[in-house]
Structures are given as C-alpha cells and as structure tokens.
Design a binder for this molecule. Structure first.
Ligand SMILES: [Zn+2]
Ligand SMILES: [Zn+2]
Ligand SMILES: [Zn+2]
Length: 243
C-alpha cells in the first residue's frame, strides 16, 4: 500500500510483493490467454517475458483489472492482428467508456492504439478448440465473471456464488479464489467465507488471491488448512484444459 509501513508492506519476502490480480493461461502449442489487463500489465508482461496474447477474458471493469489495456498494443504489433476480448455487458459498458479512444475510432493513431475485438459473453466460449466457461459471480451488487478452464476455476473479486453457477464449477480440482482479509467486506470474500466455498466445492488445491496487506504471506499460510494456500506473484502450476 502506498505510504504504509506495516509488517507486510515492509516485508522482504518476495511473496509479499503484490501487483494487481491477473492470470495467464498457456495452452502449449495452441493458445495463450490473459485474464484481465491489470494496471501492472506492462510490468507483469516484462517480468514473465510474455510475448503472445491470443485472447483476453475480462472478469469485470474495476480499475485494478482493466487499466493496463492500452499495453495490449504491444501484442498487436508482435502478432500483426486484432485481439479478441471477452467480457459481460457490464464490463463492456465501463471498458468502452474508460478506453473510448480504442473503441470509438481514433482521430489519429499516433504511437498506435490497441486493435481489439469486443465480444459479449453469453455462454461457454471455444477458443481455438479450448473450452472456456464463464461463471457468473457477484462482487457486491455487480455481476462479474469467473472463468473455468477444464479442471481449473479462477474466481476473483466476489463475495457470492449464485446457485446457478455452482454446477458450472462442480468438479474443479484446482481453484483460485478471492479471499481479501479477515474483516468482512461488502464485495469480497473473507478468509472464513472463502474457506466455506472450499469446504463445499472440495478442490484438490486452492490458492487464495486478492489479499490486502492485512494478510502477510507466511503467517497466513501457516493457519490455512491442508490444500489451501495464498497465491503469490509469479506462481505457476499445471492444469488440464478441455480441448
Ligand atoms: Zn501495509
Ligand atoms: Zn473488483
Ligand atoms: Zn480487484
């Protein structure tokens, strides 16, 4: 946190250095997907030497998840074609206003503007033969999307999973789930609420994400049950997609 001197913010553990939430799904030899264009996209792409983004999936349009969108133009240059982007109607309403110059047609291109093709998500998406299932979630009053890729579900920024969405995530073996802090919050799961979801869904492995500095990495992990741990920047693991 800017200006904070708490133990987490002063920690020398690299797992306490948190950029904004985003994941990259690399289906080797087929397609590389980015979920959200975080404010820190440029830094994240450089740190992990990303050189390809075939499609972008938006969870929702809060600033931490979209404000790196302009940097997608680097991938346009590398790939020489527009990038298809997916999100729900609420997300597109906000993204097209925040990035009017990308979606309304620019007067002049200057250093270049991202070439993106906006798709409103209605149901499962087939991306180059890889099946991606949008999972409607509630982030306070805002309807947002999680995404399921085969045995893996990514559910960030939520404090409720609607009844109709449970069948969509049933059988998830690897889960990334929002767990903001211990104190209740209007739009995010607490650790205890997230553990209730884990108890019902029973994934083999769960990673909590979107933590505040209230949750230092090592001390928080030490009190989580077996099979549940905090995610950290640069975390990598294998999943099995439906392809
Ligand atoms: Zn702090
Ligand atoms: Zn949010
Ligand atoms: Zn967020």
């Amino acid at each position: 946190m800017i200006g904070c001197h708490c133990a987490t913010c002063r920690s020398t553990d690299p797992r306490d250095k948190r950029l904004r939430p985003s994941i990259y799904v690399d289906v080797r030899g087929r397609i590389r997907l980015l979920v959200d264009t975080s404010i820190d996209l440029r830094q994240q792409a450089l740190a992990h030497a990303l050189d390809r983004v075939d499609a972008v999936l938006f969870t929702h349009a809060h600033a931490d998840h979209i404000l790196g969108l302009d940097d997608l133009r680097s991938f346009n240059e590398l790939q020489g074609r527009p990038i298809p982007c997916y999100g729900n109607a609420e997300a597109w309403r906000a993204i097209t206003r925040s990035f009017f110059y990308v979606f309304e047609g620019a007067l002049q291109k200057g250093g270049g503007i991202p070439q993106l093709v906006a798709h409103e998500v209605g149901g499962p998406i087939d991306l180059d033969g890889v099946r991606v299932v949008p999972v409607p979630l509630l982030h306070g009053k805002l309807p947002i999307l999680g995404y399921r890729f085969g045995n893996f579900s990514y559910l960030t920024d939520c404090n409720a999973i609607p009844d109709a969405s449970w069948p969509l995530i049933e059988g998830t073996e690897v889960l990334i789930l929002d767990a903001l802090r211990d104190e209740p919050h209007e739009t995010h799961f607490t650790i205890d609420e997230a553990l209730e979801v884990v108890g019902r869904l029973k994934p083999r492995r769960t990673y909590f994400t979107h933590m505040t500095h209230d949750l230092p990495y090592a001390a928080t992990n030490a009190r989580l049950p077996a099979g549940v741990e905090l995610a950290y920047d640069g975390l990598m693991f294998d999943i099995e997609v439906d392809a």
